[in-house]
Structures are given as structure tokens and as C-alpha cells.
Write a protein that binds this ligand. Structure first.
Ligand code: NAP
Length: 318
């Protein structure tokens, strides 16, 4: 059976349109290569064409293997049919290390280019780390100008079709915009009915920076998320009224806000369910109820890096 056709968005400074729904590949506990690869192949069959990975997730290699296998199996005719996003890890967020880091990700992915390369977090680590939290001594503020120049070099060398940001506040985006020759195409941030990011979205809309919502289901059953979305009575009641699941209500809500979504499921039925959000709409009273939900950020950098002053300041920025 043919998969669902997912609409795309044209992004500033990006040479390829990005499918509005992408499959996340950060799993908890970390999936072994075969499990991740099988799930990605299943997702391609279901219609996913946008995959979100990062050096830090350890999922670049299984994604690369799955893409090669999908081509061998004829699930896709050409690599160009896929939109692949990966991210610069903080340990390589230094002017001279960015092109080599991007090339390392391309090697992991067995690709000549990615479609989107993002700065994962607006912070630098002076060491390559194997575990978190990190020591305060290795944390540095991001050299925004140097790092963005390195990202632009990746784009100019054809290593990526577009460049962008992740977990950047309005203040940090403003810094990038003030020095950018190539504007950031997007900012990938946590966004869901319980962390709606109204201020950041308004700012990004005014500046022409697209938003991609990560953890749209609240990253339930992971170390960095919780079950507040999937167990929300308000969302469950809306779901019941619309004949949908709570997860579909959360995803549809994000979709209706004009953002793109990356959500992760390695389960065949749930990954299909998560695509069934395009041919129906929430009612105005549903949107009104969702707008009243109490807001609380799920993922803080401090929970990854440790409660260091620099990190706490970044977490506090909107
Ligand atoms: N830029 C960043 O800093 C950043 C941070 C976090 C995430 N991300 C990216 O965004 C992607 C998505 O975010 P996320 O993984 O944090 O969280 P998420 O997509 O909100 O939630 C994923 C969790 O929800 C479960 N799930 C999926 N579909 C479901 C459904 N229909 N009903 C109930 N449960 C469902 C998944 O389990 P099953 O697999 O068992 O279905 C998994 O445990 C990541 O994989 C990653 O690629 C980026």
C-alpha cells in the first residue's frame, strides 16, 4: 500500500523543500542498530521522507544503513527523495571544527550531503564527551559569529542544502541574524500543547525563521520527557470527541500552528497513526481548551549538562 503523501514547506536559504512531518531517531533506551534500521525502513514504507538525526543520538549510522537498504530494496529510487536533518554537536562548535564535524556526520550517514544541518545547542564544550552531565570547566558560551561562519561554509561547500538552529532563544537568534550572510532556515525546539512557545513563534514568524517542533508528544517514556501529554484529560476528551487518539490531537494541534513536526515512533502502528493528522481539523472550542493548558517546559539543558550557571541562564531565555 502506498504511504501517506506529506506536504512540504519551502525554507529560506534552503535548496530543498522540507516535508512537514519527520521521523525522529532519538530513542530511549537507545535502540540497537538493527532495531533502528528496521523502524526507519518501516517508516519509509509508511510514507515518511524526512528523518531527524544528530551526531549526539548515535543514530546517524543506522539511518545511513537504512537509506542504503531502502535504495537496494527499491523503496525509494533516489536519495534525493529523502530530507535528512542532522546536527552539530557542542563538542565541535568551534569555527575550524564545523566542516570536519559535518563531514564526519556525512560519513556516518553514507551520504554526499544532508538537507539540513543544525547547531544542536547554543553552547560549546571544549572536550568530546562520552557521558553527561559535564564538568563546568568544559562549558563555554557559543562563539556565534565563528560557528555560524562554519555552518555557512558547510552550505557553500555543498555539504548541506540548508543550515539552521536548534534550542535557540529569541536573543540568540537575533545574534545569528545580525551576522548571517545565509539566514538560518529554521529553529528546532520543544513544542507541544504543554509548551506552546508563543513568544518564540511570534518572534520567528516576524524574522522569517521556520519552527520545527520536537517532542510534540512530550517525549513520553523517555529519560528527557514525561507522560503529561499522553495522559492529559483535556487532550483525551478532545480526542474522544473527534474519534482520534490523544497523540493525534497533540500532533494535529502543532500542525495547525504552521510549524513542522519531528516525532519518533519505532512502532509500526503508532508511526502510521502519527501520519493520520492531515485530513481533519480541530474545532475552535478544542483550540480554545488547548490554549488554556498550563505551560511547563519539558526538556532543560541543565538536565543534560548539569545545573551550571551558563546552562541555567540559557534555559531561562525565551
Ligand atoms: N533538537 C533537539 O534538541 C531535540 C530534542 C529532543 C528530540 N529531538 C528530535 O525530535 C524527535 C521527536 O521527539 P522525542 O523523541 O523527544 O519525543 P516525541 O516524538 O514527543 O515522543 C516519542 C515517544 O512517544 C512514543 N509515541 C510515539 N507515537 C505515539 C503515539 N501515537 N501514542 C503514544 N505514544 C507514542 C514513542 O514510543 P514508540 O517509539 O514506542 O512509539 C516515544 O516513546 C526525536 O526523536 C529527535 O529526533 C530533538
Amino acid at each position: 500500500m502506498a504511504g501517506v503523501a506529506i506536504p512540504s514547506v519551502i525554507l529560506k536559504g534552503c535548496d530543498k523543500a522540507m516535508p512537514l512531518i519527520g521521523m525522529g531517531t532519538s530513542s530511549y533506551p537507545p535502540a540497537d542498530t538493527e532495531t533502528a534500521k528496521a523502524a526507519i525502513l518501516e517508516a519509509i514504507q509508511a510514507g515518511y521522507r524526512h528523518f531527524d538525526t544528530a551526531f549526539a543520538y548515535g543514530s546517524e549510522k543506522p539511518l545511513g544503513e537504512a537509506i542504503a537498504e531502502a535504495l537496494r530494496l527499491g523503496l525509494i529510487q533516489s536519495r534525493d527523495e529523502l530530507f535528512i536533518t542532522t546536527k552539530l554537536w557542542a563538542s565541535f562548535a568551534e569555527r575550524t571544527q564545523i566542516v570536519p564535524a559535518c563531514k564526519m556526520s556525512l560519513k556516518n550517514l553514507q551520504l554526499e550531503y544532508v538537507d539540513m544541518y543544525l547547531i544542536h545547542w547554543p553552547v560549546r564544550l571544549t572536550e568530546v564527551i562520552s557521558r553527561t552531565p559535564v564538568a563546568a570547566e568544559i562549558l563555554r558560551p557559543l562563539d556565534v559569529k565563528g560557528v555560524w561562519e562554519g555552518m555557512e561554509e558547510c552550505k557553500n561547500l555543498g555539504l548541506t542544502k540548508g543550515i539552521g538552529l536548534s534550542n535557540f532563544s529569541c536573543k540568540k537568534i537575533e545574534e545569528v541574524l545580525s551576522i548571517a550572510k545565509i539566514p538560518p532556515a529554521l529553529n528546532q525546539v520543544e513544542m507541544n500543547p504543554l509548551w506552546q512557545q508563543r513568544q518564540l513563534r511570534e518572534f520567528c514568524r516576524a524574522k522569517g525563521v521556520h519552527i520545527t517542533a520536537y517532542s510534540p508528544l512530550g517525549a513520553n517514556n523517555t529519560k528527557w520527557g514525561d507522560n503529561r501529554i499522553v495522559e492529559s484529560d483535556v487532550l483525551a476528551n478532545i480526542a474522544k470527541a473527534r474519534g482520534k487518539t490523544t497523540a493525534q490531537v497533540a500532533l494535529r494541534w502543532a500542525q495547525e500552528q504552521g510549524v513542522s513536526i519531528v516525532t519518533k515512533s519505532f512502532n509500526k502502528e503508532r508511526m502510521k497513526q502519527n501520519l493520520q493528522i492531515l485530513d481533519w481539523a480541530l474545532h475552535s472550542e478544542d483550540l480554545e481548551k488547548i490554549s488554556q493548558l498550563p505551560q511547563r517546559k519539558g526538556l532543560n539543558l541543565a538536565s543534560i549538562m548539569g545545573p551550571h550557571q551558563l546552562v541555567l541562564e540559557l534555559d531561562a531565555e525565551v
